[in-house]
Design a protein around this ligand. Structure first.
Ligand code: GLN
Length: 241
């Protein structure tokens, strides 16, 4: 964290940013602001000269096959994200972002692409899209239940170097083993849109704690977030394990 506060990198929102995934950046900004911590968002576009390696947290959204393949080309040309992840900066990748951060992904047209390899995950297309609401039990300590929605063709197998983000209690997620998402160190990937950090503030605070280097104190939540919590517990009641 620099003197100007937490630097949030919004990575390639012109390619990766379906279903309002950009909202994850707004959530991080807002939760820092509520705690009196300044922040600055650095938007990296596909036309930007390079990807900075000095940001404190990196956000990648979802994307269609063509867009995520283009994102892969940009990110492998300028490895700022890879350097930041190597020094422990938190990275959040959603859906197409998950697939790009994995070891390899095969798009719906059958073409195999190398991924950035920040997580140990291989994605292949399935016969039908996974579409709908998802709930999971998050395996990261202190986060609890995660909710979101998914829309993807790919199914993701994890290698031994990574663990799932959660176990699916409703929906499809990665496909195999009721696994959802993938985590390696501070790189957190998920199929959940929502935006996920708006629907699951505990995950936002975990990422921010990693970004500032210390767990954050809880904040009193405004009414609309408290209402979301109520909605989540209702969903849990409707979908018991
Ligand atoms: N193109 C990927 C798939 O269909 C990811 C989709 C998304 O990001 N919503 O599997």
């Amino acid at each position: 964290m620099s003197g100007e506060g937490v630097r949030i990198a919004l990575v390639l929102p012109d390619l990766l940013g379906t279903y309002g995934d950009r909202g994850n950046m707004l959530v991080l900004e807002r939760r820092l602001h509520w705690r009196g911590i300044p922040s600055e968002t650095v938007t990296v576009l596909s036309s930007s000269a390079s990807v900075p390696d000095s940001c404190d947290v990196y956000l990648l959204g979802g994307g269609e096959d063509v867009a995520q393949t283009a994102a892969m080309r940009v990110l492998s040309r300028s490895p700022g994200l890879q350097r930041a992840a190597a020094r422990g900066a938190p990275v959040l990748g959603i859906c197409g972002g998950l697939q790009v951060l994995g070891t390899e992904f095969t798009t719906g047209d059958g073409v195999r692409h190398e991924g950035l390899g920040l997580v140990d995950a291989v994605t292949e297309p399935a016969g039908e899209r996974a579409i709908g609401e998802v709930t999971t039990d998050c395996l990261l300590a202190g986060v609890g239940m995660l909710t979101g929605f998914e829309n993807h063709l790919g199914r993701t197998r994890l290698g031994s170097g990574s663990m799932p983000l959660g176990r699916v209690t409703r929906g499809i997620g990665n496909g195999p083993d009721r696994a959802e998402g993938v985590v390696r160190g501070h790189v957190v990937c998920t199929y959940l849109h929502g935006p996920i950090l708006a629907r699951n503030p505990a995950l936002a605070d975990l990422l921010l704690g990693w970004a500032v280097g210390a767990p954050l104190q809880p904040i009193a939540e405004p009414e609309e977030l408290a209402a979301l919590r109520v909605e989540r517990s209702r969903m849990r009641a409707r979908n018991p394990k």
